[in-house]
Design a protein around this ligand. Structure first.
Ligand code: HEC
Length: 153
């Protein structure tokens, strides 16, 4: 039984690797819709885990730094997730992103700097700064979503 499961798992991995090879060259703008949604989920996952640590619910050694570094890394490249032509289909991205790109850039840059500052405060282990800067990260998420992301029903 166990062997079979392993075999199936191996076949699945092989299958997706082949699929990946097959599509690696095709980078259509609309492919970025799914990609940026999963990317945003990754960012949200790290932020949500960090929130539990910042609020003192859990204290797994070294994890706050891991999440803060991941948040900073993910925040560096938000703009490239929104190529022209990725504004239709199953997306909550609003048209105004491309109409007011300069303002969208500002929101992305505010995110980058908030995440960098949060990561620095984690490095310095300054509890008060960690709390404040984590709040600032949340504001940077909301600051962008408010104007550029469709409200959920
Ligand atoms: C510069 C703008 C911007 C910033 C900053 C930003 N987001 Fe987003 N986010 C968006 C847009 C636009 C969408 C909608 C994407 C789509 O549906 O194509 C989105 C979607 C999401 C989603 C839904 C993903 C899905 O499953 O469809 C989550 C969750 C999310 N963001 C979390 C966050 C968190 C947490 C932060 C801050 C740490 C953040 N975002 C920062 C613009 C931003």
């Amino acid at each position: 039984m166990k062997r079979n499961t392993r075999l199936i798992a191996a076949t699945c991995i092989l299958g997706s690797a082949t699929a990946w090879l097959g599509t690696a060259a095709a980078s259509e703008p609309e492919n970025f819709i799914k990609y940026r949604q999963t990317y945003m989920k990754a960012l949200a996952g790290h932020t949500g885990s960090a929130a539990q640590i910042v609020r003192g619910k859990v204290d797994p050694a070294g994890h706050l730094k891991m999440h803060a570094d991941a948040m900073a890394a993910l925040s560096k490249d938000i703009l490239m997730l929104f190529p022209e032509g990725s504004d239709f289909g199953e997306t909550e991205a609003k048209e105004v992103i491309w109409e007011d790109w300069a303002d969208f850039e500002k929101a992305a840059s505010a995110m980058r700097s908030a995440a960098d500052k949060f990561a620095e405060s984690v490095d310095s282990a300054d509890e008060a700064a960690i709390g404040e800067r984590f709040e600032a990260v949340g504001k940077a998420c909301k600051g962008c979503h408010k104007k550029f992301r469709q409200e959920e029903e």
